[in-house]
Design a protein around this ligand. Structure first.
Ligand code: SF4
Ligand code: SF4
Length: 318
């Protein structure tokens, strides 16, 4: 895929593949050096707040420190997504036009801002020990943690808009929907994982999860903003670069972790996975943990790509 137009972070004092600054934003007393830093600090501040919790009256964070990446709206990767997934898959410009029908914005005027919310060590440890059902912490992060992620989408869009950068979360637009495709089954008009790939935050694994520098036990979110950002390169060209099986023919550990055989050398069977989530884990979560929910994540924990980008040596250690 084309590497141009994507910015992870181009601040001279930061050269990491993704941006996770120490939290230093206090009211308006900020020393902000770029739009990217503004957005990253905003996201980190929100994640450090009281809303990031595993449930009502539970004083434990749902997510560890976020990673943030950027991509300019004129990156050709968005046209690649349209070709691969279907014409219904939005570019940032299409999403922006839906959100702001009276505004004008060229693709290069827009920034895609993406965050990765890593599971906490406690949640990963609990889920690693499971072989059939999700741990309670995992199920809570799926429901209450994702509810926080949704509030994060709205808050990031609102705060950027207030600061003069009109922004919207495509996942929250009324026009967001899922279509059935011959090749991939159900596919949505906006995929947070694909956007994270575009922003240089990770590549896809055999089980379809996104392997990021914080691993595959994550969730993602994004907004599109009319905000100048610099183009930069992704640290990969192959969309499966970080998966040991798809890039080197080793590992395959997520196949054995799946309790229903939804992962095979051919990839991820979305239908089988979703039937298990809905028909088996829903009653389990409600009956055992006392809230309406579901989840699994066994293929995201206890595997070499759980908490970072794996190497052949981590494969043999796990
Ligand atoms: S567990 Fe192994 S095969 Fe599965 S996604 Fe991770 S690296 Fe790829
Ligand atoms: S989420 Fe669970 S059921 Fe779905 S592929 Fe992963 S391990 Fe299998």
């Amino acid at each position: 895929m084309d590497r141009e137009g994507c910015l992870v972070i181009s601040l001279p004092f930061r050269r990491t593949a993704c941006y996770s600054p120490n939290w230093a934003m206090r009211g308006d007393a900020m020393n902000i050096e770029s739009n990217q830093e503004l957005a990253a600090l905003l996201i980190e501040r929100l994640c450090a707040g009281r809303d990031n919790r595993l449930g009502p009256n539970i004083d434990e964070a749902a997510w560890a420190k976020p990673l943030v990446g950027f991509c300019r709206g004129d990156d050709s990767v968005f046209l690649d997504f349209k070709q691969a997934v279907g014409p219904f898959h939005w570019t940032p410009q299409e999403a922006y036009r839906i959100a702001f029908p009276d505004a004008t914005a060229k693709p290069g005027d827009l920034a895609l801002i993406v965050w990765i919310l890593p599971q906490t060590e406690a949640t990963k440890k609990d889920n690693r020990a499971e072989t059939r059902y999700p741990s309670e912490r995992w199920a809570r992060s799926r429901i209450f943690g994702e509810a926080f992620n949704d509030r994060l989408r709205a808050e990031v869009a609102r705060e950027l808009t207030e600061r003069g950068y009109p922004a919207a979360a495509p996942m929250q637009l009324a026009e967001f929907h899922v279509e059935n495709t011959d090749r991939y089954g159900p596919a949505s008009t906006w995929s947070e994982r694909h956007m994270a790939f575009a922003a240089g935050l990770g590549t896809f694994g055999l089980c379809d999860g996104l392997i990021t520098p914080a691993g595959k036990a994550i969730r993602a979110g994004s907004v599109v903003a009319k905000m100048p950002v610099e183009p930069a390169g992704r640290p990969y060209t192959d969309h499966n670069a970080y998966c040991l099986y798809l890039s080197g023919g080793t590992c395959g550990d997520c196949i054995a972790r799946c309790p229903v055989g939804a992962i095979s050398p051919a990839g991820h069977d979305k239908t089988k996975c979703s039937e298990y989530l809905n028909n088996v884990t829903r009653p389990h979560v409600t009956g055992n943990f006392g809230f309406a929910g579901y989840g699994c994540g066994l293929c995201q924990t206890g595997v070499p790509c759980e908490s970072g980008i794996p190497s052949q040596s981590t494969d043999s250690d796990t």
